[in-house]
Design a protein around this ligand. Sequence first.
Ligand code: SAH
Length: 371
Amino acid sequence: MTPDLKPMDLNPAAMHPADSNFPAPASVDLKSMEIEELQALMREKNLPAFRAKQLFEWIHARRVRSYEEMTNLPAALRGELARDYPLPVAELADRQISRVDGTRKYLFRMPDGCLVESVFMRYRFGNSVCVSSQVGCRMGCRFCASTLRGLTRSLAPSEMLEQVYAISGETGERVSHVVVMGMGEPLDNYENLVRFLRLLTCPEGMNLSQRNVTVSTCGIAPNIYRLAGEGLHVTLALSLHAATDEQRRKIMPVAERWPIAELMKACEAYYRQTGRQITFEYSLIRGVNDSREDARGLAGLALPLRAHINLIPVNPVRERGFAHPDSGHIAAFKKELENHGVNVSIRRALGKDIDGACGQLRSRYTSGAGN
Ligand code: SAH
């Protein structure tokens, strides 16, 4: 197990991209491979190319959990694959089901013992899974439980897919939307994130619509530009949480490195290149970022980009001591934004009776360092 890394190193060289903290996989991970890569592997083994497509479909479209179930592959090949390329599967460690709205919170154990949280939510538009991109996080946002003990490691593409596959199998329901808003900073695990997005939306696999996928970032500007150039049409959500740099720096260490002006430029480039409307996430914290002036500043940032604003009453985390404003105050904040012509919604708090905030379920299971 890699030891927890220190809080984010603000040295620019260290920030770009930080995939180095992903440990070398113990074996070749077929579940993280694209079809062409599987084809190359089959060629190496002197096997016909169509075996690659069969394998890919078993893994990503039918989502079986073992080679044994891949009944159109010769038994000898199944045995060889099982020996040489163990399939990473997420084991269910715990599950909480909300009695209020059916939201399900999952804790998965990865093959090396790391614990990862994911959430299943039902909306009018379909079912959504919230995926973690890292075990822990090194971004240090003051209000967030995921970052309390730093980063243990980044997740492989297969481990992000597993969260979606395992939940779709366990619920027996179609998953139509995925949000990368669980533990971790997805743009701090860039290569693995992009591979995950390609596999998740691949027509021969789960075939999720790219438009139904959202990646949420605390604002690693260079990687917003990179993502804009990937040819993926996923929604980008920027965790803004403050309208001025001074205020943002008090709650988000990452703001020391990339000022809001730079993030707005990166979001503009993203919008221009992908045609996808940007979302700003704004966690309302009582007495910190909930004044009328804050709302005006936020409107000033959203309007030129035509960004949508998602207000999230901050979810209190025991170790943090922040509180959310009362509902009347939240409504007034929303009204102020609307008066400026901004498109805004208040995130419906789902699963209020279960460990709601990011990292909370996991933190009940882990104490001290480790997974
Ligand atoms: N690292 C990514 C994804 C993390 S969590 C990011 O920063 O965007 C998804 C969203 O939940 C982010 O906007 C994050 O700032 C917010 N969040 C984290 N802890 C929260 C809390 N206690 N209450 C409300 N929102 C929170």
